[in-house]
Ligand binder design. Structure first.
Ligand SMILES: *Cc1c(COP(=O)(O)O)cnc(C)c1O
Length: 419
């Protein structure tokens, strides 16, 4: 359910017609709906109502916009961050330090120190070496860092290879069979308060089976660690729940997910932690674009739009499908390849797909662009950095400005010795 619906033949974000925002802010532009974000945050929490004590940490990498993070902070969400920059953002948006979890395989010495300086709630360690480094830094300060050990359960998430993280050949976590030995060595270190285990097997999961299989294995591991004398108080079950990108997609609902979690974890007696990203933000945003012109092609027309792969990378890097719709549809359809202006053949959003008929200067939207959308945008081909707008009922605000090439050029320098 989202609040991007047609009213009087025009797609609105909540109560605002999209052409109004497009004419004021320009295109391409990302538009987020506050009501949708809040709804998804609430539904995810409600889904876990039978799962005992829970901690929710929004995966900041899915949508790091400060206004979006503020909305989620107000919903009682903490943050799952994967860099020092995301950590600073989560704090700037009003998330409590104690509600921040720091994930990622490559946390540097500086980032680990930053996490300690800010007194974040938990580090999710992805290797024994990282645990040793964190322990040494914390011990030198006379502190103990709260941490879990991220485990790689060798489970195939059944999703796109580039967003799978829990197979043994992936770089994330430590292999589950050697986890107890590593855990035992890390648990002895002075600077660590090792309090549990973490897992995250991938993103855009369409089916609960891999998650269930993974959580069963985590339950066995918790038993094994307790038998070895460790106190396990926290288990982080990660994120990964999929969202519908196509009208016919039917991923598991948060309620179905929550029921599975409650069933598998009922005897664990821990605080369960979750790191949802896409399921909160995905359908809370659309990208609005304008048609530059229609160019006849061999198999179908090319609809050339003013958005490109630099603004929304997912189709180019994950072969992802984003549903396209005209903002003021006529009811007519066309077979079209919708492409951007960038000089790369991967700058294509739909390949010979049936879509709403559009013409030069018409507006269109790509749905489900609220997660892994603007955050991955870049300025390739010296294009501006795409802006973001947040809608709240009858009002809206630009929550990230368009950054023009001149601003980017101002940060570049031709050395004197070339003049
Ligand atoms: C990306 C990521 C998430 C969020 O994944 P979604 O599929 O967006 O829910 C959660 N935890 C970790 C460690 C991640 O890297």
């Amino acid at each position: 359910m989202d609040y991007f619906q047609q009213k009087n033949g025009v797609v609105h974000a909540e109560n605002i017609p999209l052409p109004e925002i497009a004419s004021e802010v320009g295109t391409p532009v990302y538009i987020y709906s506050r009501a949708t974000l809040e709804r998804h945050a609430r539904v995810f929490r409600e889904g876990l109502k039978d799962a005992g004590k829970i901690h929710l940490a929004f995966a900041v990498k899915a949508n790091p916009n400060l206004a979006v993070l503020r909305i989620l902070a107000n919903q009682g969400y903490g943050a799952d961050v994967v860099s020092g920059g995301e950590l600073e953002r989560a704090l700037a948006a009003g998330m409590k330090a104690e509600d921040i979890v720091f994930s990622g395989v490559g946390k540097s010495r500086e980032e680990l120190t930053l996490g300690l300086d800010k007194a974040i709630g938990q580090f999710n360690l992805e290797s024994e070496e990282e645990g040793e480094m964190l322990a040494a830094i914390a011990a030198a300060r006379g502190e103990k860092a709260s941490a879990t050990l991220r485990v790689n359960p060798d489970v195939d998430a059944g999703t796109h290879a580039k967003i799978s993280t829990g197979k043994k050949e992936n770089k994330f976590g430590v292999a589950i069979d050697i986890a107890p030995d590593i855990y035992a060595r890390l648990a002895k270190l002075e600077g660590l308060d090792l309090r549990g285990v973490a897992v995250h097997i991938g993103s855009q999961l369409q089916n609960l089976d891999p998650l269930e299989h993974c959580y069963v294995r985590m339950g066995e591991l918790v038993g094994q660690l307790r038998d070895a004398g460790h106190q396990i108080s926290h288990v982080d079950l990660g994120g990964g729940l999929g969202v519908p990108y196509k009208p016919e997609d039917n991923p598991p609902s948060p309620a179905e997910y929550g029921a599975m979690v409650a069933r598998i974890t009922k005897d664990w007696d821990v605080t369960l932690m979750f790191e949802p990203g896409r399921v909160i933000a995905g359908n809370s945003g659309v990208m609005v674009t304008k048609v530059v012109r229609i160019k006849p092609g061999v198999n179908s027309d090319f609809v050339i739009i003013d958005a490109a792969m630099n603004d929304l990378m997912r189709p180019a890097i994950y072969d992802a499908w984003h549903h396209f719709e005209a903002v003021e549809p006529t009811g007519e359809k066309m077979i079209a390849s919708i492409v951007g202006p960038i000089c790369e053949s991967s700058d294509i959003f739909t390949k010979e797909r049936e879509v709403d008929r559009v013409a030069t200067d018409d507006l269109g939207i790509f749905r489900t662009a609220g997660a892994y959308g603007a955050t991955m945008a870049n300025t390739y081909n010296s294009r501006p950095l795409v802006p973001e707008v947040l809608v709240d009922g009858d009002q809206y605000a630009v929550v990230a400005e368009r950054i023009e090439p001149a601003t980017i050029m101002a940060a570049e320098h031709v050395p004197d010795w070339l003049k």
